[in-house]
Design a protein around this ligand. Structure first.
Ligand SMILES: NC(=O)c1ccc[n+]([C@@H]2O[C@H](COP(=O)([O-])OP(=O)(O)OC[C@H]3O[C@@H](n4cnc5c(N)ncnc54)[C@H](OP(=O)(O)O)[C@@H]3O)[C@@H](O)[C@H]2O)c1
Length: 253
């Protein structure tokens, strides 16, 4: 349960190996979260993260198998997690792939992998997850969307469209949860230095996983519904979103 200060005491991370997830889990543990469940395709690889979280004060750190690309397992995964770990205050959805845009333009299997991970996989697990949280009667969901979903760019429109779908789904899901005691927060970072962007030229206003984690924790305590990282990206995107297509497509984005 959340304590009197409203801080999160237990978190389930979908995409437990993500750099942003680990930074966020650490920030949560520093603000009194005691139980962390890391879910991902290779739970053994979470041993180092578990050690770091224990060192910061986490009492329980568990690793479980979760594959966004195996939607047929998601209902049972959710049931199992709630049975094993009981109360979950926060579900952090951080799994995702950037994919290979160039390949995806001529190889539908790569385009499907991106969309099925980032969009279909998230929808597939968020439906039983939000249902389980409704039954629990309280909880928060944080979903990593992206500025890339705000307006699809020529250079990464497959990833961008998967995040646009995810973002739209989460806006509606958040609205459907209003009044239930469950709240959903969408996070829209710009370029973040992480495993996902290793070797890519950083875009302007780039951040790192700690800055995203800080924005997530601040957004949770404010009760925000949408968080941009960094904050001013919101204003940049509100201009870019309204540019005529002929102009937008010529920008070096
Ligand atoms: N980095 C950025 O610039 C940026 C910007 C905006 C939004 N975001 C979003 O923020 C989130 C976290 O990104 P990050 O920067 O922390 O990247 P990251 O370190 O590469 O983390 C992505 C995680 O997703 C997991 N994953 C991929 N496919 C999966 C699947 N089928 N099932 C379960 N897990 C899967 C990966 O696990 P494996 O080890 O199994 O591959 C990895 O742990 C992502 O949703 C990303 O789209 C990132």
């Amino acid at each position: 349960m959340n304590d009197a200060l409203g801080s999160v005491q237990s978190v389930l991370v979908l995409g437990g190996g993500s750099d942003i997830a680990l930074a966020t889990a650490k920030a949560l543990v520093r603000s009194r979260c005691r139980t962390v469940v890391l879910a991902g395709r290779d739970p053994e690889s979470f041993a180092g993260a578990a050690k770091e979280l224990h060192a910061l004060g986490a009492e329980t750190v568990e690793s479980v198998v979760f594959d966004a690309l195996a939607p047929e397992t998601h209902e049972a995964f959710v049931a199992d997690v709630f049975e094993r770990f009981g109360d979950i205050d926060l579900v952090l959805v951080t799994f995702g792939v950037l994919g290979d845009q160039e390949r995806a333009e001529s190889d539908a299997s790569e385009a499907r992998r991106i969309v099925e991970t980032n969009f279909t996989g998230a929808v597939s697990v968020l439906v039983p997850m939000s249902d389980a949280l409704r039954r629990q009667g309280h909880g928060r969901i944080v979903v990593l969307s992206s500025v890339a979903g705000e307006r699809a760019r020529r250079s990464n429109f497959v990833y961008g469209s998967s995040k646009a779908g995810l973002d739209a789904f989460c806006q509606g899901l958040g609205d459907s949860l209003a009044g239930t005691g469950i709240r959903l927060m969408i996070v829209r970072p710009g370029f973040v230095h992480s495993k996902m962007t290793d070797g890519l030229d950083p875009a302007p206003m780039s951040t790192d996983p700690d800055q995203v984690a800080h924005a997530i924790v601040a957004g949770l305590s404010r009760g925000s519904e949408i968080v941009w990282v960094p904050g001013p990206l919101r204003y940049v995107m509100s201009v870019l979103r309204h540019l005529p297509r002929a102009v937008f497509r010529r920008l070096p984005l």
